[in-house]
Design a protein around this ligand. Structure first.
Ligand SMILES: NC(=O)c1ccc[n+]([C@@H]2O[C@H](COP(=O)([O-])OP(=O)(O)OC[C@H]3O[C@@H](n4cnc5c(N)ncnc54)[C@H](OP(=O)(O)O)[C@@H]3O)[C@@H](O)[C@H]2O)c1
Length: 334
């Protein structure tokens, strides 16, 4: 596991260990805690000698890479690992499609044309633009394909939610709704959404590895799986809140410069946002639990722990109470 201590990687390591696999995690020891039971190797993937120390005398059945952002850096690790590991899973993103979110995408849609040796550091990746993030991830995919030709599974999730989520999306909604009062709810309650639960992504990853499934997959819940209204209702139920939802039109929010995706987490208006074709993943075995289960378990985790690890983009998420109040006042005057 390249990474393994924050969210996606961490949950994968926990589940793999629970299923009886032996896991090595490779990271710098700066983020989160090591997962008990994993073999821990310290090192920086941007440093060639650290990578050499990792592979010295070790072999693995699989590599799972949840921490790759820079093509050249990913390629360096993949080449070193290619004759020491059987297969490689690369955690990519729906952002590899320049057409997304403006238009619906599936795995045949065009991806960014980024070379596999594009260089840089991921030090500031949390603040990259969507285009840089997506283009570099596309370059990373190519770098892994070159090194592990035919032995690669590329996973392209949209939004990943669930316990240990570090970005601040569902966690923000749960906290806001728990506070009660009149809650600004964006757009229409019937708007469909396609987040994937981290545990479903993890189960799919393990099943691809066990079955030898290769190729690229969009990893989202199927179209029509859940709605924004169901998600907010589930937040209200699990928090026992008396919150009242005030559904405010998309056009009004756009006109008032509400930052999409972040200021109101998970709210985004372009046509293709929640029109991601995920039939290939479903056919390959991805199953998605109901959104209410994701909300319930995320709430449970939030109440039982200190909550998410800090992360560069968390502060960008959420509407301040003051701004929410001003927007609702203006909406009521319309
Ligand atoms: N969240 C979403 O909704 C979403 C959606 C689509 C795709 N994704 C993708 O999912 C992945 C999310 O991963 P995550 O952060 O949850 O994974 P993670 O594996 O749980 O955490 C990141 C790991 O990488 C390690 N790391 C960072 N820089 C490193 C370096 N230079 N050398 C060695 N290790 C390094 C970190 O530890 P140290 O800092 O201690 O080194 C940490 O263990 C990303 O690839 C992202 O693009 C996420």
């Amino acid at each position: 596991m390249l990474g393994g201590t924050r969210f996606v990687g961490r949950v994968f390591v926990e589940e793999a260990l629970a299923q009886g696999h032996q896991v090595t995690t490779f990271n710098r020891g700066q983020t989160g805690q090591d997962v008990p039971g994993a073999e821990v190797v310290r090192g920086d993937r941007e440093n060639g000698s650290d990578l050499l120390a990792l592979v010295q005398g070790r072999e693995w059945d699989w590599v799972v890479d949840t921490s790759g952002y820079v093509p050249q850096v990913v390629g360096n690790a993949a080449r070193l690992l290619s004759d020491r590991a059987g297969a490689y899973v690369f955690l990519s993103t729906i952002s590899v499609y320049p057409g997304w979110p403006a238009e619906p995408v599936d795995e045949d849609s065009a991806v960014y044309d980024c070379p596999p040796d594009a260089a840089g550091t991921a030090e500031d990746e949390a603040n990259w633009s969507a285009a840089q993030y997506g283009a570099y991830k596309a370059g990373c995919e190519r770098a892994v394909q070159e090194a592990f030709e035919g032995r690669v599974t590329v996973l392209r999730p949209g939004v990943i939610l669930g316990p240990q989520e570090n970005v601040g999306r569902l966690t923000w909604w749960l906290r806001r709704i728990a506070q009660g009062g009149r809650v600004l709810a964006p757009g229409q309650p019937a708007k469909q959404i396609q987040p994937v639960d981290i545990r479903d992504l993890t189960a799919f990853t393990l099943s691809c590895l066990q079955r030898g499934t290769t190729g690229a997959f969009n990893v989202t819940a199927p179209r029509g799986h859940a709605t924004f209204g169901e998600m907010l209702e589930a937040c209200r139920t699990v928090t026992g809140s008396q919150a009242e939802f005030a559904w405010v039109d998309d056009a009004f929010l756009v006109e008032h410069d509400v930052r999409q995706w972040t200021e109101i987490p998970l709210w985004r208006t372009p046509l293709g946002t929640w029109e991601v074709g995920a039939a290939a993943a479903a056919a390959a075995g991805l199953t998605c639990r109901p959104i209410a289960a994701t909300v319930r378990d995320t709430h449970l985790w939030l109440t039982e722990t200190n909550g998410p690890l800090s992360y560069g983009r968390q502060a960008h998420h959420g509407l301040s109470r003051q701004r929410e109040h001003e927007l609702l006042e203006a909406w009521d005057r319309c």
